[in-house]
Design a protein around this ligand. Structure first.
Ligand SMILES: Cc1ncc(C[n+]2csc(CCOP(=O)(O)OP(=O)(O)O)c2C)c(N)n1
Ligand code: SF4
Length: 288
């Protein structure tokens, strides 16, 4: 069985020292090993951003996609390779700005993909503009007088879009983060794991200390029931979206793959799709 070290490769991350993304990379590698995966059973698909580089830093199949399109690619990979564990990953800009349409529909489609958002509440790669996760009043190069837009709450949106697995974590809490990724991988359906991942270079407000002061860990509420959707929505609102842990899980809804009628159990990538020269000529003739 592979250890987490076997999910490492020899590419040195060029994230800034102290960036929260390092721990997310480590948590994915640990979770993959803990659930018994081998590198050849895992595909990590990423978007564009500092966060998007993660697919190149894990020893597994990888695809560094385009900005905001991580989920269409990840869903395609999953549909073609049903046996493969697919992790999609990208920034809050990638998933909640340009890619938000895909995020909402992937959530309600419920394909078996684990989506890890590296939420630093800013655009890191493009050197510090506001993202939909930035707080009102947040001053950046794109909002020198402070953002006048309200902050988007991905957890509330996920719940209202019909999510079957919603979790949130903090890159400093490697134990909780690893466990949530393991649970997300095992969940049969779409899992959203939003991870607070400080950008030490451009976000001087939402720092490690700021998150430590503001996070509400669900472990404080031993009676919390993550199968209760109304309770989950209340808790998200009560804590202003700052809670961490497994917030909601519905195991009764079937995944998309299991509902597609006539869909072969064997992944497309493994099916024999060779056609004869005759069949090929007939196909081409249809387009003449
Ligand atoms: C279609 C398109 N629009 C804009 C960009 C420029 N761009 C690259 S990364 C990025 C945002 C990065 O922020 P985020 O997704 O939060 O990732 P981070 O760098 O913070 O990890 C933008 C706007 C792009 N590459 N492609
Ligand atoms: S700019 Fe920010 S998000 Fe990008 S690598 Fe540096 S610390 Fe991380």
């Amino acid at each position: 069985m592979a250890t987490f070290k076997e999910f490492r490769n020899n590419v040195k991350p060029n994230w800034c020292p102290g960036c929260g993304d390092f721990s997310i990379q480590a948590a994915i590698q640990r979770a993959a090993a803990n659930v018994g995966l081998e590198p050849e059973n895992l595909a990590v698909i990423s978007g564009i951003g500092c966060s998007g580089r993660i697919s190149g830093y894990i020893n597994a199949y990888g695809f560094h996609g385009i900005h905001g399109r991580v989920l269409p690619i990840a869903q395609g990979v999953k549909l073609a390779n049903r046996e493969m564990t697919v992790i999609a990953s990208g920034g809050d800009g990638d998933g909640f700005a340009i890619g938000m349409g895909h995020t909402v529909h992937a959530i309600r489609r419920n394909l078996n993909v684990t989506y890890i958002v590296m939420d630093n509440q800013i655009y890191g790669l493009t050197k510090g503009q506001t993202s939909p996760r930035s707080a009102e009043g947040f001053k950046t190069k794109s909002t020198p007088e402070g953002s006048i837009e309200s902050t988007l709450s991905p957890l509330e949106i996920a719940l209202s879009a019909g999510a079957t697995f919603v979790a949130q974590s903090f890159s400093s809490d490697l134990k909780q983060l690893t466990s949530l990724i393991e649970q997300g991988i095992k969940h049969e359906g779409f899992s959203l794991i939003n991870v607070f991942s400080p950008c030490v270079t451009f976000n001087k407000i939402n720092t490690y200390d700021w998150f430590k002061e503001n996070i509400v860990n669900l472990e404080q509420f031993p009676d919390y029931d993550p199968t209760n959707r109304v309770l989950a929505m209340n808790k998200i609102m009560e804590t202003n979206g700052m809670l961490t842990g497994l917030i909601y899980q519905n195991t009764t809804r079937k995944s998309y793959e299991d509902l597609v009628t006539g869909f072969k159990q064997e992944g497309l990538a493994k099916q024999d799709i060779m056609i004869t020269p005759d069949q090929f000529d007939k196909l081409v003739a249809e387009f003449k």
